[in-house]
Write a protein that binds this ligand. Structure first.
Ligand SMILES: [Zn+2]
Length: 965
């Protein structure tokens, strides 16, 4: 497909014999439908009729013409293609020159976006002559029509007459290649033989010019240009604004739609969104691009929402001509080389971003030295953003419980316990087969788009934990396909709903997209094609994946979804190197790997959004980006790749170290190179856990050497700003890496003995929630719970007791909470049975057999219990299992203590393959979620009886339970 599109539609005339290329549209049959006065049945080439362009009865100055159109889907199919208009013409009388114009319009508003003119003039003669012009249709969304207008302008009284026959559109030979610009601007560049001097001996020889009616985007672009040129020159650069119809002479840099730019028909409103042009013509430089008309300054500054091609033209110019780089946010992140002599000979460069959505999630950190505004400006300068708002999907029914819970319970998902899920736990879950839900969703989306005319996308996506809460009514069950496994069981159900909403919206607003993630139980494609205004967000993790297996997997996912015909976008998880217990604080640096991987989806995926980490080196989650220094090089490189997938990454990196770190260039390069090598060459066959992280990928001696390079860099920069500041900040940013490495070097303290022998009781304890009966005195006791790595400090205290009596296992739980933790998630807002209790204050029991057969019980202090049987093909199946005769009681004594008693009849805990040398393989866990009194962040302690040094469900790390007979 096309890599980087040159957006100038270009013509080339050819009188050579026509090659037989694929036909797009033949207009010959349509000619006979024209009004009589435009038809000629006497003069034609092969078959009657032909069309005539006749000046009879036309006043001087009027245009005589006709346009040939391709509309809607057929027009949209031409995006990015080079097409050919063929026609036979016969010049019968007069001197008026016949010309043609390619035009592309988009909806809504039938907005004219691109025009390119060409000449079809031939002398008066007897013969029809074959003529042809080619044109590259720009890569625009929502093309309403592509057309060619033919005609001439009548001058005076002279009779002008042309015959037109066999007009048709064809794909050009090699229609996927984009024609190079050779139009009027390009020709103008050829005429410029003498260099244009912009800077001589460190002195500026130019001014900056904006139009009389310059809009906020042009003004912002001009300000950015002025600011950086002034930094490069250490002197003021004048900015001049044209007065009405008054051009300003050069040497000048024209930004946006000045009179000069209009002369070339390159004003921002005429260019495709986000495209940019930088060109020299004579004594002037033109910086222009496709902007959203009427956008205000705040929109232009934000990274989501409007097209700012003119601003991009300014940044491209500053990068290419003045060598400006925006490596980091904030003042000391920008590199502006001093300018001494800058001469321009020929200059004509154009481009448009390789991805229409280029964004990040959790993109702003808290940094005392760098403001939010600095971060946003940094993203803008690296051309992060999109023309139509965010294309990334998210759960879309979360407001429904409040809105319809009381009035329309039938809208909501039917649950296993027979109630409708009208609460807000885990977002909104609706009945996707209820026609009223569909109608209401379409209405809601249309209303949203009417209120937000700039928004190109809106989500339709079920709530999170769909597997657990999805509707189990008969009509929602029918389309389920359990044979497709957990990734496709609900694909037909969910995507059919999304598709119907998209079709409903398209009836009124065909240019707006309905977007949904390929996620959870609907992450595989449905069995049917999707409407062209469905946008699919593919979720993918940034695990290192330069190996062939990972590449094949990604390709397979793309190929699968491409068949649906939907527009594809990627949501990439860039956080997973440091997102789970055991790997907190682990960096991932992979600038070279990026291009290799992005090339796999080149031309197939329209946008990317990268989710950054909001969990810090201590495992605390925040609503913002943490440890940003880890990702900053990746982001600099990926920003350039999202703009131009073919950019030279090695060149970016070669410039980066000397430019940014000066005297510390070498150790800093070594630091990043070695980190990248370690991360991309790591062996992740066992998954990404503390061992692959801190033993195999970043072993202690490696971390010591890396931190040594950072400390050496600080020393090398001593007394040299801004390099010292940058080196210090980098070192500081990587301290969590060192700290976490040390956590896993220390010798682990003794954990519990992994065996429990449960005594037979003679008396059953009374189930009142208070385990104080004498019966409990002889029970087996476990305590001393630790985190799953036995590393992080745990302040929640848990004790459990076990007793067997009358073929029933009795369990007593005593849970204490540190007194300073006053805000606890008590799970009070959860539903009846089998809720997501593990997210809140709770305790969990696991009884496992061979083959991973497992019974799980979770009890919460507000009197809720959940029980599951694993493995199950999906959550709903696991939920359906209920232990027979289960009894329990819970008591919340005060804010710092809760207790529970549970009785599980042993007849429930049976296995197809029981454990060989014990009754159950067991482990026990405590969940404690609290709001930190100081920083107000919600924190989570998950402690367990036996640490598993990885995911908790590692049954081989569990202990043994034997019941006394
Ligand atoms: Zn339903």
């Amino acid at each position: 497909m096309f890599n980087k599109l040159h957006l100038l539609g270009i013509f080339a005339l050819s009188l050579a014999a026509f090659a037989q290329t694929e036909l797009i549209r033949d207009f010959k049959n349509d000619l006979s439908k024209l009004p009589q006065e435009k038809l000629s049945t006497e003069v034609f080439d092969q078959t009657s009729p032909s069309m005539k362009l006749d000046s009879t009865g036309i006043k001087s100055g009027q245009f005589v013409g006709h346009a040939f159109y391709v509309f809607k889907e057929a027009a949209q199919a031409l995006r990015g293609k080079t097409i050919e208009f063929r026609v036979k013409t016969k010049h019968v009388a007069g001197n008026a020159a016949l010309g043609g114009t390619f035009r592309v319009s988009t909806s809504p508003g039938n907005e004219l976006r691109v025009t390119r003119s060409f000449s079809l003039n031939i002398p008066v003669g007897d013969q029809f002559q074959e003529q042809s012009a080619t044109f590259t249709v720009p890569n625009l969304d929502n093309i309403a029509h592509v057309n060619v207008q033919l005609g001439f302008r009548q001058q005076g009284e002279e009779h002008n007459l042309w015959f037109i026959d066999e007009p048709q559109f064809r794909y050009a030979e090699n229609s996927d290649s984009v024609q190079l610009p050779t139009d009027i601007l390009g020709l103008s560049a050829l005429i410029d033989k003498e260099p244009l001097v912009l800077v001589e001996d460190g002195k500026a020889k130019f001014s900056i010019v904006i139009a009389a009616a310059a809009d906020p985007i042009a003004k912002l672009a001009a300000e950015e240009l002025q600011l950086h040129c002034q930094l490069a020159l250490g002197a003021d650069i004048p900015m001049r604004q044209e007065s009405e119809n008054q051009a300003i002479g050069g040497p000048a840099i024209h930004v946006g739609g000045t009179t000069l730019v209009q002369k070339f028909a390159l004003q921002p409103a005429n260019l495709p969104p986000e495209s940019w042009i930088i060109a020299r013509t004579g004594e002037n430089i033109i910086l222009t691009g496709g902007d959203t008309p009427g956008a205000n300054r705040n929109q232009a500054l934000s990274t989501r929402g409007v097209a700012t091609g003119t601003l991009y033209a300014a940044y491209e110019f500053l990068e290419r001509i003045f060598g400006v780089r925006w490596y980091w946010p904030g003042n000391y992140g920008t590199v502006v080389p001093p300018a001494t002599d800058i001469k321009i000979t020929r200059l004509l460069q154009t481009g448009t971003p390789s991805y229409s959505t280029r964004g990040f999630l959790y993109s702003i950190p808290r940094d005392k030295e760098i403001s939010t505004e600095d971060f946003i400006r940094w993203y803008r300068r690296n051309r992060i953003g999109s023309a139509n708002g965010s294309s990334m999907a998210n759960h879309s029914f979360n407001a429904w419980p409040k809105k319809f819970g009381a009035t329309h319970p039938e809208y909501f998902a039917l649950q296993v316990d027979g109630r409708r899920k009208t609460d807000e736990v885990a977002g909104g879950h609706v009945c996707l087969s209820n026609p009223e839900v569909l109608k209401e969703t379409i209405r809601e989306k249309l209303e949203y788009f009417e209120k937000n005319p700039d928004a190109g996308f809106s989500s339709v996506m079920p709530g999170d934990s769909f597997g657990l809460y999805k509707c189990i009514c008969e009509d929602c069950q029918k389309p389920l396909q359990p044979e497709r496994g957990p990734g496709g069981i609900a694909s037909n159900l969910v995507w059919d709903f999304v598709n119907k909403v998209a079709l409903g919206v398209a009836e009124k607003m065909p240019d707006r997209y309905i977007t949904c993630c390929a996620y959870g139980e609907y992450r595989q494609r449905p069995d049917f094609p999707l409407a062209p205004n469905v946008a699919v967000t593919l979720c993918y993790s940034a695990q290192p994946r330069s190996d062939q297996i990972s590449k094949n997997k990604w390709r397979a996912m793309l190929d699968e979804w491409r068949q649906t015909g939907a527009a594809l976008y990627i949501w990439e998880y860039w956080n997973n190197s440091r997102y789970s217990r055991g790997v907190y604080g682990a960096p991932a640096v992979f600038p070279r790997h990026l291009q290799e991987f992005m090339r796999l989806d080149q031309g197939q995926v329209r946008g990317r959004a990268l989710e950054l980490s909001n969990i810090d080196g201590d495992g605390v989650s925040f609503p913002y980006w943490t440890d940003w220094i880890y990702d900053v090089l990746n982001i600099y490189v990926v920003s350039h790749l999202m703009n131009n997938i073919n950019c030279d990454v090695e060149k970016l990196l070669d410039e980066y170290y000397p430019n940014f770190y000066g005297p510390a260039a070498e150790p800093m390069r070594q630091f990043h190179d070695e980190l990248e090598l370690a991360w991309t060459k790591g062996n992740y066959s066992d998954g990404w856990n503390w061992e692959t992280c801190w033993v195999k990928t970043y072993p202690p001696e490696f971390v010591d050497r890396m931190m040594g390079l950072l400390r050496q860099s600080v020393q090398l920069c001593a007394g040299q700003e801004p390099y010292l500041k940058r080196a210090q900040k980098t070192l500081e940013g990587y301290l969590p890496f060192e700290r976490n490495s040390f956590l896993f070097r220390e010798k682990k303290s003794q954990t519990n003995v992994p065996e429990i022998t449960v005594p037979q009781g003679t008396v059953k304890p009374q189930l009142d929630g208070r385990p104080d009966e004498e019966a409990w005195q002889k029970a087996a006791v476990i305590s001393n719970f630790c985190d799953s790595y036995n590393i992080y400090e745990q302040k929640a205290i848990t004790e459990m007791r076990f007793l067997v009596a009358e073929e029933t296992l009795f369990v007593a739980i005593s849970a204490k909470i540190p007194p300073e933790r006053t805000e606890i998630n008590w799970a009070d807002d959860l539903g009846e049975r089998d809720s997501l209790l593990w997210n809140r204050e709770s305790a969990e029991l696991f009884f496992v057999g061979q083959d991973k057969e497992c019974y799980q019980f979770i009890v919460a202090p507000n009197g809720k219990i959940a029980d599951f049987k694993w493995p199950a093909e999906n959550m709903a199946a696991a939920l359906k299992w209920d232990a027979q005769g289960l009894q329990f009681a819970v008591l919340r004594e005060n804010n710092t203590t809760w207790t529970a008693e549970i009785a599980i009849p042993l007849s429930n805990l049976t296995f197809a393959k029981p454990p060989q040398d014990c009754d159950f393989i067991v482990n026990f866990a405590r969940n404690h979620r609290f709001q930190d009194a100081q920083d107000k962040a919600w924190k989570w302690e998950q402690s367990c009886w036996l640490p598993t040094y990885g995911p908790f469900h590692s049954y081989d790390k569990f202990g043994k339970m034997r019941l006394s007979k």
